[in-house]
Design a protein around this ligand. Structure first.
Ligand code: ADP
Length: 247
């Protein structure tokens, strides 16, 4: 299987704090990668680098046929093509409060991607069905539960038709009883062969859904491999220590 995502030598500092020292990994097409690690280890920064929300100081990221070397100058057209390869689902959904669910989903495709409205609306309804919210199309975000809002956030990201879906702790802001529905949607996406990278604290979920787990610590990928190894029989003491604290 070819790698959809290739990350080589990412570095990133905020002021004097070096968060990413040397991050390298690859994600084969059609697979799910879970990024785990201690709080503050740089997991979110890795994810945000993948669509240049955070600009790495150095390193190369290739997604599909777009490769960007962050050490050098990047022209705007390349950066736009790079960003269009991914869509991000944030911890909190960031929906527009004064727009309906449907309007929230079609905004990106119509305004940014200039797709015909009718086509965007048809796609949005199909995506709402996929996340189990077909009947909520005309409601406003405040009329939905946190879990439903987050599922709309997933539909909105899917509507951009990205090659790679990025999830930043998509359930961490939810009440425990709402987590399951969101995880189920992500699991369904995995079953359809979507390529995804997710930062998560849900270790059991990672075990079920991920093909690859990256343990990020000290600014590097300290350990990586299938969940059956990294989460069950980790080689490194740091990984064992981290898992024993959160499991
Ligand atoms: P994690 O997702 O593993 O909890 P983050 O990637 O969010 O870690 O953050 C890693 C470190 O970088 C933390 O110390 C955080 O405070 C710092 N950091 C993240 N974003 C910024 C920023 N925009 N400005 C300054 N420091 C930041």
């Amino acid at each position: 299987m070819s790698d959809l995502l290739r990350v080589q030598g990412l570095q990133k500092s905020f002021g004097t704090l070096q968060v990413l020292r040397d991050i390298s990994f690859a994600v084969p097409a059609g697979t799910v990668t879970a990024v785990i690690g201690p709080s503050g280890s740089g997991k979110t920064t890795v994810l945000r680098s993948l669509n240049a929300l955070d600009r790495p100081d150095a390193g190369v990221i290739g997604i599909g046929d777009v490769t960007v070397d962050f050490a050098g100058p990047i022209d705007r057209a390349t950066l736009a093509r790079f960003r269009a390869q991914t869509a991000m689902v944030f911890q909190a959904h960031n929906l527009f409060p004064h727009r309906t669910v449907l309007q929230n989903i079609v905004e990106g495709p119509i305004v940014v991607q200039k797709r015909p409205r009718e086509e965007a609306v048809d796609d949005a309804r199909r995506l709402l069905e996929q996340v189990g919210l077909a009947e909520k199309a005309d409601q406003y975000p405040y009329q939905l539960s946190g879990g439903q809002q987050q599922r709309v956030g997933i539909a909105r990201a899917l509507a951009l038709e990205p090659e790679l879906m990025l999830f930043d702790e998509p359930t961490s802001a939810l009440d425990p009883e709402l987590v399951g529905d969101v995880l189920r949607v992500i699991k369904d996406l995995a079953a359809t062969g979507r390529t995804m990278v997710l930062v998560t604290h849900e270790i059991r979920f990672a075990q079920q859904v991920a093909d690859q787990v990256l343990f990020v610590d000290g600014g590097v990928v300290a350990e990586s491999g299938p969940p059956s190894r990294v989460l069950v029989e980790p080689e490194r003491a740091r990984t064992r220590q981290f898992l024993s604290r959160i499991l």
